[in-house]
Design a protein around this ligand. Structure first.
Ligand SMILES: [Zn+2]
Length: 428
């Protein structure tokens, strides 16, 4: 009798713990559906055109947290079960294209850029809705809705190039861990050992940095060897072009230090068979620079004196949706990048139009809003004017932070990073 009670308690616990997993099993298989699409547009408008749907062999994301809790990003994907109409997956993301749309060039040209999203592979027919955020109301509006039959013969099931994948650190089940994948760019076949040494160095950098230092066991670290024909990187502004695996380069939008990969297809092709919650593109050069977009990728260079802090800063953008807190450096965007009449979506900047939704709960009683930027307040959490590329109208949480000038992360950025780790590891 005693034994029987014990068994039913155990069963009960298993059922509770497994609730999300059973939801996952009801709607999804443990592999990925990848949707490649073109974002087509200019300064005024944009649209989405479907390019391909792929079946890929691994889903490394959460299995309980299938519905987004953050509402971050310039774009959003919602997946609905077609027969019930239930939303069964959602997630926000950024693209480089949305940044391009705010440049001068986009006022006179229309362009099409390839992007890509992945979600767990559905068992039944689904509707995929890709939405873009409008700067006018900060809401998401549908850009493309498609019906997808997971058994369709039009889904591409090709295996892609089997790059050598290294398990740098394995701390447990891929759905319970943040799977961070490093991919090498500008490393020739003879430089792959250097790539692995660089990854090990970056791995140590990340987990020496608060708050990641307390979350080492929440991550699995993977390294994908991508072979470039030539060593180094495009520096188009100086007439230097290198044949590299992801065709990335400096001088994005004319800004020398802004290092990005424009086309997402080769990036996603590189991780097609690897569990992947976050991508860092490690570039084989000693030049200063980097870039990072929420839930897309971050990239930085391997051998610059400031490599360590650039890595952590750019990863802050891509991993936790953090905004730049600086406001004095040259950028390519115009001053309408943020709509000052509404609250930006990033957790670490505010226009004070809805400060309750930001870090008001963290402010010590009596903190003046806004907070004067002087020596006395240098170490205090407050509301400091200047951030998000603008000296006026946008406020940041602390005088100095990793997202401004490579100081340690402020408490607001720290909280945002921890929340994302918890989300991706299915902790809450
Ligand atoms: Zn911060």
């Amino acid at each position: 009798m005693k034994r029987q009670i014990f068994t039913s308690v155990l069963l009960c616990l298993t059922t509770l713990a497994g609730y999300g997993q059973s939801d996952f099993d009801k709607y999804f298989e443990s592999k990925s559906m990848r949707v490649d699409f073109a974002l087509v547009g200019n300064y005024e408008h944009q649209t989405v055109a479907l390019q391909q749907i792929r079946e890929e062999p691994v889903w490394g994301g959460p299995v309980n947290n299938l519905i987004d809790k953050f509402n971050y990003g310039g774009y959003y994907v919602k997946v609905y079960d077609k027969s019930s109409g239930n939303m069964i997956y959602s997630r926000g993301f950024n693209t480089l294209f949305e940044e391009w749309r705010s440049t001068e060039q986009a006022k006179t040209e229309t362009q099409a850029w390839t992007n890509s999203i992945s979600f767990p592979y559905p068992r039944q027919n689904i509707i995929v809705d890709i939405l873009g955020r409008s700067n006018d109301d900060m809401q998401f509006h549908s850009l493309l809705k498609i019906d997808v039959d997971p058994n369709s013969i039009f889904i591409n099931r090709d295996r892609l190039k089997e790059n050598k994948v290294h398990e740098v650190t394995y701390n447990g089940n891929i759905s319970d861990k943040v799977d961070l994948v490093f991919i090498g760019e500008g490393y020739t076949a003879a430089e792959q050992e250097k790539f692995l040494n660089d990854v090990n160095r970056f791995n140590e950098i990340l987990f020496k940095t608060p708050p990641y230092d307390n979350h080492r066991s929440d991550f699995n670290i993977w390294a994908v060897e991508l072979v470039s024909e030539e060593s180094g990187m495009d520096i188009s502004g100086k007439g230097i072009f290198k044949q590299t695996a992801l065709n990335s380069g400096f001088y994005t939008f004319g800004i020398e230090r802004y290092l990005t990969a424009q086309d997402m297809k080769p990036v996603r092709d590189a991780v097609w068979n690897v569990p992947c919650d976050a991508v860092f593109i490690l570039v084989n050069t000693d030049i200063y620079g980097g870039g990072g977009m929420y839930n897309l990728y971050a990239m930085g260079t391997a051998d610059n004196a400031r490599t360590a802090v650039v890595f952590v800063h750019e990863f802050g953008h891509s991993f936790a949706g953090l905004a730049d807190e600086y406001f004095t450096s040259e950028v390519a965007y115009d001053d309408e990048f943020y709509n000052l009449k509404l609250e930006p979506w990033e957790p670490n900047i505010t226009t004070l139009t809805d400060f309750d939704s930001k870090w008001k709960d963290l402010l010590p009683a009596g903190t003046p809003v806004p907070t004067a930027d002087n020596d006395e307040n240098a170490d205090r959490l407050g509301v400091f004017e200047g951030g998000g590329y603008l000296a006026k109208g946008i406020y940041r949480p602390k005088a100095h932070c990793m997202m401004r000038d490579y100081a340690p992360f402020c408490p607001v950025c720290t909280r945002a990073i921890k929340k994302m780790i918890n989300f991706l590891t299915d902790k809450n």
